[in-house]
Design a protein around this ligand. Structure first.
Ligand code: SF4
Length: 322
């Protein structure tokens, strides 16, 4: 590959994208420079920080292999239908007090009743009184339910593709890839911002990573989170070999995401604290979005440390919800 700086956004073929994941480590700095130019072009030196609250945990009917909340998981996690409202609103205040970009609310499960969606809408309305930018990670909604959440003020919905279309059956058998893509298009049609990305390290090939990112290029999500697998004991991927997740390889994936979908918020989500430890400055030169204070069922870096990491690396964190 020729990594000469180009002003125009790159138009990469599938072969180009595969070649990027095969970049020799000695050429990684050149690849990162290319991604960095696009990061600064579209995002300046801002880092958006998200806080995640697991509003509904465990007991999911779906069998996603990586997930501690799935029907196949024996992981020892908290299970509840609704998180205490006090905890939800405290987290929301935390987002506002620290001027974080967004409060992400995760709900396990794939289908919801209208009554459950109305309960969620009530909570959303209450949080929107403070102007918080809200995102829900939620399963398949009917159009009626999606409108209920939109009318309550929900800004964004997370619905990941997770892997390639051809690899999906190895990860989940209780719903299809196409259902996910259709759901995203329905939500886009209703005016939602979309957050959609995937998980790396589940035994997929480099071609799978490329194909997933090419699907995401078609979707053009506002945010594109890349998770690096944290194998969870008790899940089918609990003993997954993650030795291919070197910092260099993870960086190549993030660079490719930036090159393919340059205007998106490219987020390094789960695994940041493991696979990029000590490399935060380099990481933030490519990605512009991270979580603070952990993930759905796994701990992560606390907020004060996260803010320090960002400012020490010479970046600033975004204020959207103040
Ligand atoms: S990822 Fe979501 S749908 Fe899949 S098992 Fe976990 S909670 Fe259920």
């Amino acid at each position: 590959m020729n990594f000469d700086f180009i002003e125009e956004d790159p138009v990469l073929s599938r072969e180009d994208a595969i070649a990027i994941l095969n970049t020799p480590d000695e050429q990684l700095d050149e690849l990162m420079d290319r991604a960095k130019n696009l990061r600064y072009k579209y995002k300046g030196n801002r880092v958006s920080i998200h806080l995640l609250t697991n509003a509904r945990s465990g007991n999911c009917s779906q069998d996603c292999a990586y997930c501690a909340q799935s029907c196949r998981s024996k992981a020892d996690i908290a299970k509840y239908k609704w998180v205490e409202e006090e905890k939800l609103y405290q987290d929301n205040d935390f987002v506002n007090d620290y001027h974080l970009s967004r409060h992400c609310i995760g709900l396990s499960g794939m289908k919801f009743t209208d009554e459950e969606i109305e309960e969620l809408a009530r909570r959303i309305r209450k949080m929107k009184e403070h102007g918080t930018h809200l995102c829900c990670s939620i399963g398949f909604l009917t159009e009626k339910q999606a409108k209920m959440l939109r009318d309550a003020g929900l800004d964004r919905i997370n619905h990941n593709l997770n892997t390639s279309r051809s690899n999906y059956h190895n990860i989940c058998t209780t719903h299809t890839y196409e259902q996910r893509v259709e759901n995203i298009h329905m939500l886009q049609g209703l005016g939602f911002e979309i957050c959609s990305g995937g998980i790396i390290g589940m035994g997929e090939s480099k071609e799978d990573v490329v194909d997933m990112l090419l699907e995401l290029r078609e979707i053009q999500p506002e945010a594109l989170p890349i998770n690096f697998l944290l194998p969870i004991k008790g899940t089918p991927l609990g003993d997954q070999d993650t030795s291919m997740l070197t910092t260099e390889y993870c960086m190549k994936v993030l660079c490719l995401a930036r090159l393919l979908v340059p205007k998106s918020d490219i987020r390094c989500a789960a695994g940041r604290e493991v696979y990029f430890k000590g490399e935060e400055k380099k990481l933030l030169s490519v990605v512009d979005s991270i979580f603070a204070s952990g993930y759905l069922t796994e701990d992560g870096q606390g907020i004060e440390d996260t803010l320090k990491t960002i400012t020490d690396a010479g970046f600033t964190y975004e204020i959207e919800s103040a």
